[in-house]
Ligand binder design. Structure first.
Ligand SMILES: [Zn+2]
Length: 354
């Protein structure tokens, strides 16, 4: 996998504070794009093949990751946090996190856990709600914390502990959801063969997906796609339970046929299945209880054909998630294969196929 993926997961960017990720996206998109467009909320896309007489295809990851914001600094100098995105409080205790200062540097801290010695009296409990957590940055008091550059509203991100599994096939990291999709947008722009492309292509990434698919709503309005492909990490539950539709790491990309916000268009479903089969790309059917940017784009203007090409990933929305390199290739190959086929005729065929 290209180095861009590692670069991306190491950047900080909770929802609403994606500027470091956006700067990286811009830097990588510029050399391979005919135009760069950015909407008023900060989603960013590169466009290619724009003079072709063909439909407009948009593909996107999302730049934001789950994390926290500085909500308050106590007189003792510890930081109360506000959760950004869906994080289970279970994963917070004892985690290393970094406050991102205004100049982009990190102030490290740890989420304080009560030792057993302090829990013995039968009255005090280990905290279990986000409101009760605090981040200890080693400040002596409020003034010391402020003098270090800490301000209310700054983002707090998990310390990354990027590593590969012992067999070299899987990668552990924070923020696969969805720097993977950001990386894939760049990867596709770098590897697509323009001569084989019957469509205009805009690839990039949205802001604020984790707080209600906000960025996709405005970027889709700007790009006006005929067809939208969301590339996003979806939680595989294979280590928890056996399910035909729960996602298995290493078994191929996910066809998200149902989630509560978007039911896959039946013509799109057939198009993805046929393309994958024709090119011998492994896929799995996947049912989700969450939503992706596809749900927001689907309702843009007079409606848009959408799909989510899912990347199976274990333990997302926590400090560390795991992806499989084989699935990375399946996602990349199916998108490249789909793009080669999307002309006006195919768009009509998909619509008629429902
Ligand atoms: Zn996501």
């Amino acid at each position: 996998m290209d180095r861009i993926y590692k670069d991306l997961v190491n950047l900080p960017g909770v929802s609403g504070q994606e500027k470091y990720v956006r700067a990286y996206m811009r830097e990588q998109l510029e050399p391979v794009s005919e135009v760069i467009i950015q909407d008023n909320l900060g989603s960013i896309f590169g466009g290619i093949n724009l003079d072709v007489d063909g439909p407009t295809v948009m593909m996107a990851g999302h730049m934001d990751e789950v994390g926290a914001m500085v909500q308050e600094i106590t007189p003792k100098g510890v930081i109360k946090m506000l959760a950004i995105g869906g994080i289970s409080p279970m994963v917070m205790i004892s985690q290393h996190m970094n406050v991102v200062l205004d100049d982009g540097t990190f102030v490290p801290g740890v989420v304080g856990a009560k030792p057993p010695h302090l829990l013995r009296d039968g009255h005090s409990k280990q905290v279990s709600s986000f409101e009760d957590f605090f981040l200890d940055i080693g400040a002596d008091d409020f003034d010391h914390a402020v003098s270090l550059g800490i301000k209310i509203g700054q983002q707090v991100v998990f310390e990354n502990n990027y590593k590969e599994s012992i067999d070299g096939k899987k990668i552990f990291s924070k923020a696969w959801d969805d720097r993977f999709g950001c990386g894939m947008a760049l990867d596709i722009m770098k590897s697509v063969n323009k001569k084989e492309l019957p469509c205009k292509l805009y690839a990039g990434a949205n802001v604020m997906e984790e707080v209600g698919l906000r960025g996709a709503q405005t970027s889709a309005f700007k790009v006006k796609p005929d067809l939208f492909i969301a590339v996003d990490c979806s939680p595989a539950n294979d280590t928890f339970a056996d399910s035909m539709v729960g996602g298995v790491l290493g078994d191929g990309f996910l066809i998200r046929f149902y989630d509560p916000r978007a039911i896959l268009h039946q013509g799109m479903k057939k198009f993805i299945e046929e393309t994958a089969k024709k090119n011998n790309i492994k896929f799995q059917y996947y049912k989700s209880l969450g939503g992706t940017d596809a749900a927001a784009v689907q309702l843009s203007r007079e409606g848009v054909l959408v799909c989510t090409i899912g990347m199976p990933s274990r333990y997302i929305h926590s400090t560390t998630s795991i992806i499989h390199k084989d699935d990375y290739l399946a996602v990349k190959n199916v998108i490249l294969a789909m793009l080669k086929e999307i002309d006006f005729k195919k768009i009509n065929e998909i619509k008629d196929n429902a």
